[in-house]
Design a protein around this ligand. Structure first.
Ligand SMILES: Nc1ccn([C@@H]2O[C@H](COP(=O)(O)O)[C@@H](O)[C@H]2O)c(=O)n1
Length: 269
């Protein structure tokens, strides 16, 4: 307890839940002893590195940022706004990942097809991000700065839109060389018009597959056995499993405590 109240006061807050406080304490001690050279951080992006809401309004996900008249027309806006339909399914603690999977594929596929039809222009993305209310979490600057100072790789695994994600962190001045991103990237034609999404679709429940298919990019993380895994979804705890590492899992959620406490070491709600 002393460790948390003195060194990490946030973890002593009543909004922080831990299944086994003593085990988490031991893990943090071990990670501290091993030092920054043994550490890597894996995080998802939307609602983990970005805020869930601000002043009572949902902060847009990277997909939602594309809902801007610079990029898509009014008719598309009506069709593309599927968050209220599919998000409750994504976070439904009563459904299994197997039940959710086809619905998640349906959600991402529908939206990506609509976006492609809109012939989105690459040179408009930065303005769309500027005009959006995208917002990283409080303390993000310290988080990114410390990791880069200590040369700790930060791997962002996101089922969002990589091009938009990059622009958000660039505009917040934290797109440092230690930041690596695996996400759904747009494929633009020679004139800068969206024609497809690159590679295999990444959604909440296949991030593990995404990690494997990008194994080459993960090589530089080898020799760093300690992983701090940050996520907001029950699909996230899988990220580190292929990597044969000790990990501490920290999660940001608004609700669904019970199931999250069973999946993550630390739950912030
Ligand atoms: N068309 C979509 C599809 C997904 N989302 C949300 O984005 C989140 C993905 O980002 P992570 O960085 O958390 O992997 C996902 O959890 C969905 O809730 C969306 O807004 N629109």
């Amino acid at each position: 307890m002393k460790l948390f109240s003195v060194q990490i006061p946030e973890l002593a807050k009543c909004s922080v839940l831990m299944r086994e406080r003593s085990r988490v304490e031991e893990t943090i001690h071990a990670m501290q002893r091993a030092g920054a050279g043994s550490l890597q951080v894996i995080s998802d992006f939307d609602m983990t590195l970005t805020r869930f809401a601000h002043n009572g309004k949902r902060v847009p996900t990277t997909h939602n940022i594309l809902d801007n008249r610079l990029l898509i027309d009014e008719d598309c806006t009506k069709k593309v706004n599927l968050l209220n339909t599919y998000y409750p399914i994504e976070i439904d603690a009563c459904r299994t990942a197997e039940e959710k999977l086809p619905l998640m594929v349906e959600w991402w596929t529908k939206v990506h097809e609509l976006l492609i039809q809109q012939r989105i222009r690459k040179d408009m993305l930065a303005r769309a991000v500027e005009e959006s209310s995208a917002m990283l979490r409080d303390g993000y600057k310290l988080f990114f700065d410390r990791l880069t100072e200590q040369q700790v790789p930060l791997l962002i695994f996101s089922a969002g839109v990589g091009d938009v994600l990059e622009e958000v962190i660039r505009q917040n001045h934290v797109f440092y060389p230690n930041v690596h991103i695996i996400s759904n990237y747009m494929d633009f034609d020679q004139t800068g018009v969206l024609r497809a999404f690159k590679g295999q679709l990444i959604h909440t429940f296949n991030k593990r597959e995404g990690a494997l298919s990008h194994a080459a990019g993960l090589r530089e993380l080898q020799g760093r056995p300690n992983v701090l895994l940050l996520g907001d979804s029950l699909g996230d705890p899988d990220h580190g499993e292929e990597m044969n590492v000790e990990e501490t899992r920290i999660l940001k959620v608004e609700e669904r405590k019970e199931s999250y406490i069973n999946s993550f070491d630390i739950v912030c709600w």
